[in-house]
Design a protein around this ligand. Structure first.
Ligand SMILES: Cc1cc2nc3c(=O)[nH]c(=O)nc-3n(C[C@H](O)[C@H](O)[C@H](O)COP(=O)(O)O)c2cc1C
Length: 215
């Protein structure tokens, strides 16, 4: 379902949905596009250091509710996306994406060697926590892309940071994948009659206080 709203109109339409209609499911083709938008997001040095986990299993969604501050959007969502970032940078992880790069572009395997060596020199000596903070920041950009893509498709979302990351990591066995959860994005359709936020005005700082112009 394409709409002809401008991107700004679309961003005004979206809001952090507080109540989904659990009976309304999002077409898988739309979900695929929302995930693809995250996949297309830019990342620092192109490392794409995160994955998206797509959950439709109702029992699992319900198990996540208590570790997400009892936010029922998780269970009522049609699809739940979890954005999980690499727990650290490793030589292998850095090499893998640059192998894809040279293969996809049909370039010599050592085409980016100097650059890749510099990346490794920078990242591999850093503390794990510093690297995770960096990988997580990349996930946030993709998260924003998915939110905007969903709105473009008239799919509602709740951006979600309010959950126990360690508990979710354990439930989804993310440690075994070298991942840590960063964000969740329940997808669905707003329950207009029961969502307290749906008709409230969007609030932001006044534009004059937001923009600092340097001329
Ligand atoms: C990173 C992030 C985390 C958020 N976490 C939650 C959350 O856990 N639960 C929730 O209901 N809203 C959450 N929000 C929604 C914000 O409260 C909301 O985006 C903000 O108040 C602006 O309102 P709007 O999105 O409706 O325009 C989160 C938003 C972001 C960007």
């Amino acid at each position: 379902m394409k709409n002809n709203m401008s991107l700004l109109d679309t961003l005004k339409w979206r809001y952090a949905t507080k109540k989904f209609d659990p009976a309304k499911k999002v077409d898988q083709k739309l979900v695929d596009q929302i995930v693809e938008a995250a996949w297309l997001a830019p990342t620092s040095s192109g490392l794409q250091p995160f994955k998206v986990i797509e959950i439709t299993n109702q029992e699992l969604k319900e198990k996540i509710v208590p570790i997400a501050m009892d936010q029922h959007q998780v269970a009522d969502s049609s699809h739940l996306l979890v954005f999980a970032a690499w727990d650290n940078y490793t030589e292998d992880r850095i090499d893998t994406i640059y192998q894809h790069t040279t293969t996809d572009r049909e370039q010599a395997p050592d085409r980016y060697k100097g650059y890749v060596d510099r990346l490794k020199k920078t990242y591999l000596k850093r503390a794990e926590s510093e690297n995770f903070a960096h990988t997580a920041r990349q996930a946030y950009i993709a998260f924003g892309f998915s939110i905007a893509m969903a709105a473009e498709l008239k799919v509602d979302t709740t951006p979600m940071e309010g959950f126990d990351n360690a508990a979710l990591d354990s439930l989804l066995h993310l440690e075994e994948l070298g991942l840590k959860s960063v964000l969740m994005l329940p997808l669905g359709y707003r329950d207009e009659a029961n969502d307290w936020l749906v008709n409230l005005k969007k609030v932001r700082h006044p534009k004059k206080d937001f923009l600092i112009e340097i001329k």
